[in-house]
Design a protein around this ligand. Structure first.
Ligand SMILES: Cc1cc2nc3c(=O)[nH]c(=O)nc-3n(C[C@H](O)[C@H](O)[C@H](O)COP(=O)(O)OP(=O)(O)OC[C@H]3O[C@@H](n4cnc5c(N)ncnc54)[C@H](O)[C@@H]3O)c2cc1C
Ligand code: FES
Length: 287
């Protein structure tokens, strides 16, 4: 017997929301694609009609998507929620890197996507200090969603965004409108600071702020050291490769100061302290 509760039955009818719920917050939805576009040669954006997911979503949550229309690929692919209207729609932005994302990028308006979400532990949002947002490459989706949410809450934010080359800035969309300052770096020097964004963040950021970030592990490792050395409250979203995506297989586990933790369940957002080593703490225990 399925562990999910089926609440509506016809996935093939137009606009159907075939919902199977396994918790108050997590919904399986056959979500109609309402917009599909290419942002660059290898980056695509999909907007899905998924009211139950949209109404429960927070920045940092992700969804698990069946990319194809057949059995392959078998495993759902995880994608951060890149934007959400809070009522009915969510957006996903992804780089085409393999079979799943190739199939997803070929999806068109009117098709439905078997989607589970919202999944994982989102960012804990505070309004007591200005926010510093840091994103590297396709780490931008959850940070863009967070930027909009902070603006709605009246919390000022600065966004540091590093990409390979200028054309990838198309991924930003209207995110620049939601932050006070946008600082960009490109690996090839075609726009903004030449080099990696972690260098700029390390040069400029300190003191009275809260830092939220998503991106490749080397970027997150720099931010963990920064958080430790400059005492900046920091939350990091990890994009570890996943299998089940719902806490059952341990395939996404990463080493933390508190032992191995599942990125899909305890994460993807973790406090930087979870990665401080015992020697980072004055009394020998992780802070
Ligand atoms: C919580 C979470 C949120 C994510 N959000 C986004 C997002 O918003 N946008 C986005 O573009 N991607 C995101 N990713 C990564 C995305 O899930 C993978 O790129 C995707 O699953 C690849 O599927 P595929 O079938 O196309 O590639 P595959 O055929 O599975 O793999 C192709 C290549 O990509 C590598 N790869 C696959 N997954 C990852 C990964 N997680 N990290 C690094 N390398 C990987 C593989 O090792 C392989 O070399 C997220 C991952 C996680 C865990
Ligand atoms: S992917 Fe299976 S436990 Fe996280």
């Amino acid at each position: 017997m399925s562990k999910y509760k089926t609440t509506s039955m016809n996935p093939d009818s137009p606009g159907a929301q075939f919902k199977i719920q396994n918790s108050k917050f997590k919904t399986r939805s056959f979500a109609p694609v309402v917009a599909a576009e290419r942002l660059t040669d290898d980056i695509a954006r999909l907007v899905l009609e998924a009211p139950e997911i949209a109404q429960a979503a927070q920045p940092g949550h992700f969804v698990g998507v069946r990319a194809g229309q057949t059995e392959a690929p078998l495993l759902r692919r995880p994608f951060s929620i890149a934007g959400c209207d809070g009522r009915s729609q969510i957006a996903l932005i992804f780089r085409i890197v393999g079979m799943g994302t190739t199939l997803l990028a070929a999806r068109r308006s009117g098709e439905t996507l078997d989607t589970i979400g919202p999944l994982g532990h989102p960012f804990d949002i505070y309004d007591d200090r200005p926010a510093v947002l840091v994103a590297g490459g396709l780490g931008i989706p959850p940070i863009a969603y967070l930027a909009r949410t902070l603006r709605q809450r009246g919390t000022p934010a600065t966004l540091y965004y590093g990409v390979r080359t200028k054309s990838e800035l198309a991924v930003l969309g209207d995110t620049a409108h939601y932050v006070e300052r946008l600082i960009v770096s490109t690996d090839d020097g075609s726009e903004g600071h030449p080099g990696v964004i972690s260098e700029v963040v390390a040069r400029e950021v300190g003191g009275n702020c809260r830092l939220y970030a998503c991106g490749p592990r080397p970027l997150l490792d720099v931010l963990i050291r920064l958080a430790r050395d400059r005492h900046i409250p920091t939350q990091l979203s990890f994009e570890q490769q996943m299998a089940c995506g719902v806490g059952a297989c341990m395939g996404c586990s990463i080493a933390t100061a508190h032992g191995y933790q599942r990125v899909c369940t305890e994460g993807p957002v973790f406090p930087a302290e979870a990665f401080f080593t015992p020697s980072d703490s004055p009394n020998g225990v992780p802070r």
